[in-house]
Design a protein around this ligand. Structure first.
Ligand SMILES: [Zn+2]
Ligand SMILES: [Zn+2]
Length: 191
């Protein structure tokens, strides 16, 4: 899965290059991508380090003041493993979404983020949005999507994509068990 992710990341990079968004530009800094160790609800995230101090600003929301930076020099994108079970174009949408967050002034879902998303959608045929629609994305990928509140874990077979649900599972579940149908590894998602 990690290999596929690296390949798709390369593809996305190339596509951005083709429309004039050069990720080798020093202003952007370094981007790496990995599968997240834990399965999260969210599709992916981008952890940023080494802010460019001249881009510091203070955001005020109500009584809360937060220091923000508009540019960072290191970006670590993490993609949730369950995303890798979805259709290729949905995976790439997720990667692209996180890549936009690495661009200057894009580490939120503000005007600049939207501008890039719109440009990439239009020129490269993506459907990047602020948030993904899990139910729809699972349906498109022909994987059953059943999210009952009584279950805390969703277990997916990496190979045959069989899905089932559990309230509790042992810590070593993925290490101990394999899919009964095809012998594939399981991926756990915390609901
Ligand atoms: Zn985002
Ligand atoms: Zn299986």
């Amino acid at each position: 899965m990690e290999e596929t992710l690296q390949e798709l990341f390369k593809e996305c990079k190339g596509e951005l290059q083709s429309i004039g968004i050069d990720l080798e530009d020093k202003k952007i800094g370094k981007i790496d991508i990995h599968l997240s160790k834990r399965n999260n609800k969210r599709y992916g995230c981008c952890k940023q380090e080494n802010p460019v101090y001249t881009t510091k600003r203070i955001e005020i929301r109500g009584h809360k003041k937060t220091i923000r930076y508009d540019r960072y020099l290191n970006h670590h994108i993490e993609i949730s493993p369950w995303v890798m079970l979805l259709e290729k174009n949905i995976i790439k949408n997720t990667i692209m979404h996180e890549m936009i967050h690495c661009l200057p002034y894009c580490n939120n879902h503000g005007v600049e983020f939207k501008r890039y998303a719109h440009e990439i959608n239009k020129k490269l045929g993506y459907t990047i949005s602020r948030v993904g629609n899990k139910e729809e994305d699972f349906k498109k990928s022909n994987i059953s999507f059943k999210q009952k509140e009584t279950y805390h874990y969703k277990i997916l077979c990496e190979k045959c994509k069989q899905t089932f649900y559990r309230k509790r599972i042992s810590k070593e579940f993925t290490r101990k068990y394999r899919c009964g149908t095809c012998g594939g590894k399981f991926i756990i998602e915390y609901l």
